[in-house]
Structures are given as structure tokens and as C-alpha cells.
Write a protein that binds this ligand. Structure first.
Ligand code: PRP
Ligand code: URA
Length: 209
């Protein structure tokens, strides 16, 4: 079974509180999501392999570590996943970025894929699917299905907030996928919103509703 990692660093938890607050404006919301994505990128890359190289310091020659050539790919789920891309690229600037467009029907809660564009070598990369919200899990599962159909099998999932229902659904559908979260909330409400959550992530990021 995969692991579920709650990134409980105090700075992440602090910023998440302001992200949740309904009175946080679009500009601040966007900046905070970006900052939390950077902090979570630190956690999700904890296991990237290192190589040893020789380096000359001003004082001596020594062996030292560098990140090995393992290739990363970020796969934001449109739209809201876009809000986390720049923050992650601050730490992993060489990552390539693919996009999957999914929209959830507000009545049925079923996701429909309307766009996909992946790096040509996506199947050789460690991919991180990013979306602020894991609610029913339908969107994340559809994105991962789409990636697997194209030969990608090294996949992690990173979200700001999840409902227990969404985590279970992803684990049932894709038991090998590790899930990184800033918070695991209480439940979904009857409209498929995470409680307490943060509302509609896409609307709050882009100022729509
Ligand atoms: C939201 C969110 C996730 C999805 C989560 O996107 O960003 O992608 O819902 O819900 P689920 O786990 O029940 O599938 P939405 O479909 O509202 O699209 P948007 O990002 O374009 O606003
Ligand atoms: N999508 C959102 O943006 N928010 C939720 O609470 C659930 C799905």
C-alpha cells in the first residue's frame, strides 16, 4: 500500500490557515498557494537519488553530493493545479511540465478530460500530479489513468487538502501511488466540497465564481 504523507511543517500549516480563510483575497491566496507548493516540493523530493562528485573547495578537494540526473515531471490538473506549478519549479527548475485538463460536473461530480499535453519523454520521468483539492478522488484517478495509459508508471500525487473519501478512492484505484498532502480534512459535503476545506480552489485562484 502507498503512503500518505501529511506535510505538517509549521510554515505550511500557518500558510494553509490563511489559504482556508474566506476573507483572503485572490492575490494573497495565489501567493500563499505558491509558497506552500514550494515548501511541499521540498518534502516530495526528499527521496531523489544523489550522485557523488569531486569538488575543489578553496581549502581542499572533497567528495560531495549532487542530485542525480533523475528526471522529474510536474503534471498540474487544470485549472487549479496551475497555481502550484511555479512554486514547485522554484526548487526543481529542470522539471518538465505536462498538463491534463479535467472538469468536474457539478451535479454528478464525474470528471471529463478536455485536454492533455505531456512531455514526449513523460514515461521515463518521475511524475508528480498536482492539484490543490482531492475531494471524491475522481479527477486524480482520471489523471493517473490517463498517464498510465500513456506508459507512465512512476507517479506521485500532491494536493493541498484531501477528504478521507478521496484518499481512499485513490488508494483503491492506484494502491502504489504515494500521496502528499498539507492537510487531511473531515469529510465531503453533499455538494462534493471538502469540509472545512477552502471552497473552490480554481475560483479562488483565478478570481472567478
Ligand atoms: C476541482 C479541483 C480538482 C477537483 C477535485 O476542479 O481542482 O481538480 O475539483 O474534485 P474530485 O476529487 O471530486 O474530482 P474543478 O473540476 O472544479 O475544475 P477547475 O480546477 O477548473 O476549477
Ligand atoms: N474542488 C474544489 O475546488 N474544492 C472542493 O472542496 C472540492 C472540489
Amino acid at each position: 500500500m502507498s503512503k500518505v504523507v501529511i506535510c505538517d511543517h509549521p510554515l505550511i500549516q500557518h500558510k494553509l490557515t490563511f489559504i482556508r480563510n474566506k476573507d483572503t483575497n485572490t492575490k494573497d491566496f495565489r501567493e500563499l498557494v505558491d509558497e506552500v507548493a514550494t515548501l511541499m516540493a521540498y518534502e516530495i523530493t526528499r527521496d531523489v537519488p544523489l550522485d557523488t562528485i569531486t569538488v575543489e573547495t578553496p581549502v581542499a578537494t572533497t567528495e560531495a553530493k549532487v542530485v542525480s540526473g533523475r528526471m522529474l515531471g510536474l503534471i498540474p490538473i487544470l485549472r487549479a493545479g496551475l497555481g502550484m506549478v511555479e512554486g514547485m519549479l522554484k526548487l526543481i527548475p529542470a522539471a518538465k511540465v505536462g498538463h491534463i485538463g479535467l472538469v468536474r460536473d457539478h451535479e454528478t461530480l464525474q470528471p471529463t478530460e478536455y485536454y492533455i499535453n505531456l512531455p514526449t519523454d513523460a514515461a521515463n520521468r518521475q511524475l508528480i500530479v498536482i492539484d490543490p483539492m482531492l475531494a471524491t478522488g475522481g479527477s486524480a484517478i482520471a489523471a493517473i489513468n490517463s498517464l498510465k495509459k500513456r506508459g507512465c508508471d512512476q507517479i506521485k500525487l500532491m494536493c493541498l487538502i484531501a477528504a478521507p473519501e478521496g484518499v481512499k478512492a485513490v488508494q483503491d484505484a492506484h494502491p502504489e501511488i504515494d500521496i502528499y498532502l498539507a492537510a487531511l480534512d473531515d469529510a465531503l459535503n453533499e455538494k462534493g466540497y471538502i469540509v472545512p476545506g477552502l471552497g473552490d480552489a480554481g475560483d479562488r485562484l483565478f478570481g472567478t465564481n
